[in-house]
Ligand binder design. Structure first.
Ligand code: 4AZ
Length: 688
């Protein structure tokens, strides 16, 4: 019933009176309202006590007389401090016979406390309330928190940390560390250890060491075997950590009891940091460092030779540079070739050799071959050139492949010699397919059938023929020069109404066989040795209708059997006594000399010698105007070639029977020696 009444009345009554009192200072007093007369209903009082830093608060109740209730639910005092809400306080410590089970003194470690007093809407009797005082009390932080890593010194209102000898108090004023930073080692070798090594290193330390040696040198680090740093490297060294940094290279974190290995060379600046946590007793570490000059590579310059030759080169080393054979040293800055250069190994491990290059020697374009071609891509050392000739009129004599040598010369790839190959005229090739015909009783030639055929006209207007036997020599009959010292020569012709692209081929020299004797009017005709050579002033450019015929080879003196067919060609007289306009040719057989000897003669019988060939068929013959022209045969050894075996010389009787031809095979030696003799001789235009 009582409980019930309280609830109903509390709903009907006015809201409780509340106030907050702030208390500052080292001591003070607080009492419930109207103490000691008795407190009113519906009170709500609170005190906020605050003392200076470094102090705690001691609150002592001198008097408590508050309406008791189960769990102090109606009226009570409550204390809140150090984040703890203390149990509600009610009852009386001064009434006789009443037990009071609450503490009457409260302490804080913090500097703040709140006290609240609450009364409800009714009191069964008068209660005086409470009275309490507080004092600021010194806190012994050293005991309570152990805030210092080494020594803690308490004083009223605070504490102070101090360190063991060799340590200093760090910025946080709590922890002691060692002075292990700022050391810079500049010598080329040395030792760095953890603080106190080999005694246990200091806790709570951030050590920084720096090795800084001269540029151009490199640091090599080695850890002493007895490495011992707190932590487990497999989980990333969470306790104490040793790290090494050099430029972009980072090593570590290192910890544990295995000496780490820092491989290779570090730059000339190395930072070592060692951070330790607040506990642990480990021996630490020792780094022995040395240094080496930054090395330059042995590959200084492509294709170069260096002196002196060493396995490795250090900073400030210098070498003399030359180039390998086939290369020349080139000074890029001065734009000139030099024989050698002195280069230095620089601080950064590079040579100052980028000012030079070893350039391959340049052979320049290979010598041009007359009537040939060169085929090359480059002209520098080791390049290759392949010569070829203008086929099918010329063929290469000598080796085709030439290499650009170390001496900047094109040398024969096989022999190593400088001698160039030559494009030699190809003889005896023609477009003639075997067709029977007649010259006197012959048929018209087509261009290319007889490319060696030349037309000769003496200064007296006598017509004759000749055969090109090289690109500079003409074979003809000696008797053409009986009345004239010079002839006009035309080549590359078939139809006389057309002009050849070459025009006239001027003669340089005519050489009549030394045994030939000029024909004497009314004397006995003697055409023995009717052979002459003409050297042209210039070599002719061979083409399809201007190419030499072959001379008989060794053993050419022996003639093919009687009846063997050969070609005669020329612009001489034809059946109707007219000179031909289009080159005529005919195939005639060799016949026995008796046929010529036994012919009918109007005048004196000519002289017959073994230097002559008798050939012809009735109605097929050479005639006036054909003299000096060739009588050619297919070479039986090489049927694509034609060989000149005869020169139109004379006719024992009227044209149309047998003709007599100079037996060229008997004169091959004379021809060759004469040509050789005059090959390179500058001779005036003259007849010998
Ligand atoms: C001449 O007078 C000539 N039938 C050439 C050859 C022959 C006769 C005369 C052969 O050039």
């Amino acid at each position: 019933m009582y409980e019930h009444t309280k609830v109903i009345l509390s709903l009907l009554l006015l809201p409780p009176v509340s106030c907050t009192i702030s208390l500052k200072g080292l001591q003070g007093q607080l009492t419930s309202l109207d103490y000691p007369q008795g407190y009113a209903n519906d009170l709500q009082q609170s005190w906020e006590i605050e003392v200076p830093r470094g102090y705690g608060i001691k609150l002592s109740f001198t008097h408590i007389d508050i309406e008791p209730s189960p769990d102090c639910a109606y009226d009570h005092v409550q204390i809140f401090c150090d984040e703890i809400l203390h149990p509600l306080i009610c009852g009386s410590n001064s009434r006789e016979g009443k037990q009071f089970q609450f503490p009457q003194e409260y302490y804080t470690t913090g500097k703040w406390m709140r006290v609240t007093f609450v009364s409800d809407f009714s009191n069964e009797e008068r209660y005086t309330g409470f009275a309490a005082y507080y004092t600021a009390v010194d806190i012994n932080e050293c005991e309570e928190e152990d805030p210092c890593s080494h020594y803690c010194n308490n004083y009223i209102g605070g504490f102070h940390c101090s360190c063991r000898p060799g340590y200093f108090l760090q910025e946080n004023q709590r922890t002691c560390g060692v002075n292990c930073s700022g050391e810079v080692l500049t010598s080329f070798k040395g030792v760095i250890t953890s603080p106190n090594y080999p005694k246990p290193y200091a806790e709570n330390s951030q050590c920084q060491y720096r090795i800084q040696i001269e540029q151009g040198f490199e640091v090599i680090l080695e850890f002493a075997e007895d490495f011992d740093v707190e932590g487990d490297p497999s989980i990333g060294c969470t306790s104490d950590v040793l790290k090494v940094t050099s430029g972009a290279k980072k090593y570590g974190p290192f910890c544990g009891d295995q000496a780490p290995v820092v491989k290779g060379h570090l730059s000339n600046v190395v930072e070592i940091t060692f951070d330790t946590d607040g506990h642990g007793q480990k021996k630490g570490w020792k780094i022995i460092y040395r240094s080496t000059a930054k090395q330059c590579s042995t590959d200084i310059l492509e294709h170069s030779i260096i002196q002196p030759k060493k396995v490795e080169y250090d900073y400030k080393d210098s070498v003399q540079l030359h180039c390998e054979s086939g290369f020349e040293l080139y000074d890029i800055q001065r734009s000139e070739h030099i024989s050698s250069a002195l280069v230095h190994c620089q601080k950064d491990g590079s040579w100052n050799s980028n000012l030079y290059i070893c350039m391959p020697v340049d052979c320049g374009p290979p010598t041009k071959l007359m009537n040939g071609h060169e085929n090359f891509i480059s002209t520098v050392y080791t390049s290759q050139n392949q010569y070829s000739c203008e086929e099918p009129y010329y063929k290469l004599e000598g080796n085709a492949v030439f290499n650009c040598s170390e001496e900047a010369e094109w040398i024969d790839a096989t022999s190593g010699q400088l001698t160039l190959p030559k494009c030699k005229p190809v003889c005896g090739n023609c477009l003639l397919s075997s067709k029977t015909g007649r010259i006197f009783g012959g048929q018209q030639a087509k261009p290319g059938y007889f490319p060696w055929q030349l037309r000769l006209v003496t200064t007296r207007g006598e017509m004759g023929g000749g055969a090109l036997i090289s690109d500079r020599w003409v074979l003809t009959a000696a008797h053409l020069f009986d009345n004239s010292l010079q002839v006009e020569i035309h080549g590359g012709l078939v139809d006389l109404r057309r002009r050849s692209p070459e025009g006239e081929l001027p003669m340089e020299l005519a050489i009549i066989h030394p045994s030939y004797r000029k024909q004497v009017e009314d004397g006995q005709p003697n055409f023995n040795h009717d052979i002459a050579l003409i050297k042209l002033r210039e070599k002719v450019k061979l083409r399809s209708n201007l190419a030499p015929v072959c001379l008989p080879g060794p053993g050419g003196a022996s003639l093919p059997d009687d009846g063997t067919l050969g070609y005669i060609s020329g612009w001489g007289r034809m059946e109707k006594r007219k000179l031909a306009v289009i080159l005529q040719y005919a195939e005639v057989p060799i016949v026995s000399m008796d046929e010529c000897k036994n012919s009918n003669y109007d005048g004196p019988k000519p002289v017959f010698t073994p230097n002559m060939i008798c050939a012809g068929l009735p109605g097929v013959d050479s005639c006036q105007g054909d003299s000096g022209g060739p009588y050619v045969f297919i070479d039986l050894q090489n049927p694509s070639r034609h060989v000149v075996r005869g020169i139109v010389s004379f006719g024992p009787q009227e044209c149309g029977n047998y003709g007599v031809y100079t037996h060229v095979g008997n004169y091959v030696d004379w021809i060759e020696t004469t040509m050789k003799e005059h090959e390179d001789r500058e001779t005036d235009l003259e007849v010998i």
